[in-house]
Design a protein around this ligand. Structure first.
Ligand code: MLT
Length: 332
């Protein structure tokens, strides 16, 4: 066989490289050129009916329209969201498994020694979605009616008061830790797999109070089913104009809101991530999504935040800052 000339060799190498790319994509099962050609599972690491589930279902519909396939919510709850995130980390990197997670993605490394995944190395960020304020709410039978009364009641009765949350590292857990730290008390914490089920127990009077996202509390507050004490943002929010801020109630350190973002397994091809990011941006510009979020006290992030780059930057920053806060809290 005549030795191949340089050009032929170059052509071979080019073809091999091309083949390599296709093989790599095929080995990950992804076919970016024809993506998506099947329904896409969206893992929500908390129970159905809760705030993260609510936000996911809001964007899933317009994203489904944009991508031409269904985004199907799969609630995989437990351990403050780490069970669902762990399942997503090991899913096939073909674009058919997406994870919706929140601030809990950045707290888990500092809280779980045996975490089954690395939030940075095992995932590719698709884009941020929204940043949800939190509210401090009480069961209808809970004695305090104002935030000031709530603070003194907690400080005087810490050993008998119960607080619901969605597991270690969840947003409701973090807010609860901030609250207890600011008030210098330790109350009995009652974990659930999500604040969806916790809300049922709160309305029923099985637990005394909870710190939870407006996407789960606004409706209950407006219906008078729970007592509302304060919102954890620097300014009051439009959806609940009569609800004072924690700062107005003399507790400025109890300030937190819950950023949410979409993720795919780390080996998912960039072309697939781009398609998901584009669909997310279309969803966040959708007037119905904007109105639904406004009714529940939040809003889509700005378009320049609904990008893999902005998402990756925030995730890294939050892992570092929560690592310091939690480390300091654990006497580190
Ligand atoms: C949920 O969807 O249940 C919440 O996001 C849980 C939490 O983090 O408090």
């Amino acid at each position: 066989m005549t030795p191949a000339g340089p050009r032929k060799t170059a052509a071979y190498i080019g073809a091999l490289a091309g083949l390599g790319l296709i093989l790599a994509a095929c080995s990950s099962g992804a076919d970016p050129a024809n993506y998506p050609e099947d329904d896409i599972d969206v893992i929500v690491p908390f129970s159905a009916g809760g705030p993260t589930d609510t936000v996911t279902r809001m964007v899933a519909e317009p994203m489904s329209e944009e991508l031409g396939v269904q985004l199907v919510v799969q609630n995989v709850d437990g351990a403050g969201g780490t069970v669902g995130a762990g399942q997503a980390a090991t899913a096939e990197p073909d674009g058919y498994t997406v994870l919706m997670h929140h601030i809990g993605m950045s707290t888990a490394p500092a809280l779980y020694d045996d975490l089954a995944y690395d939030p940075v190395a095992d995932f590719k960020p698709v884009g941020l979605v929204t940043e949800v304020p939190m509210t401090i709410v009480g069961s209808p039978d809970f004695e305090p009616t104002t935030f000031e009364e709530f603070v003194s009641h907690i400080q005087e009765n810490a050993d008998t008061v119960t607080m619901a949350h969605a597991g270690e590292g969840s947003a409701s857990n973090l807010c609860g830790l901030l609250l207890m730290d600011a008030l210098g008390v330790e109350v009995t914490a009652v974990p659930y797999d999500g604040t969806g089920p916790a809300m049922g127990e709160l309305v029923g009077g099985q637990v005394d109070f909870m710190c939870d996202q407006t996407t789960n509390t606004t409706g209950q507050i407006e219906a008078g089913k729970v007592k509302a004490y304060a919102v954890t943002t620097p300014e009051r929010i439009e959806a609940l104009p009569d609800l004072p801020t924690t700062a107005e109630g003399g507790q400025p350190d109890i300030e937190v809101s819950v950023w949410h973002g979409l993720y795919v397994p780390a080996e998912t091809p960039d072309e697939v991530v781009t398609q998901l990011t584009d669909a997310l941006q279309v969803a966040l510009a959708d007037q119905m999504v904007i109105d639904q979020m406004a009714d529940l006290g939040t809003a889509p992030v700005a378009a320049d935040q609904a990008t893999p780059e902005a998402h990756a930057t925030l995730l890294q920053e939050q892992i570092e800052s929560w690592g310091d806060i939690i480390g300091a809290g654990q006497g580190g």
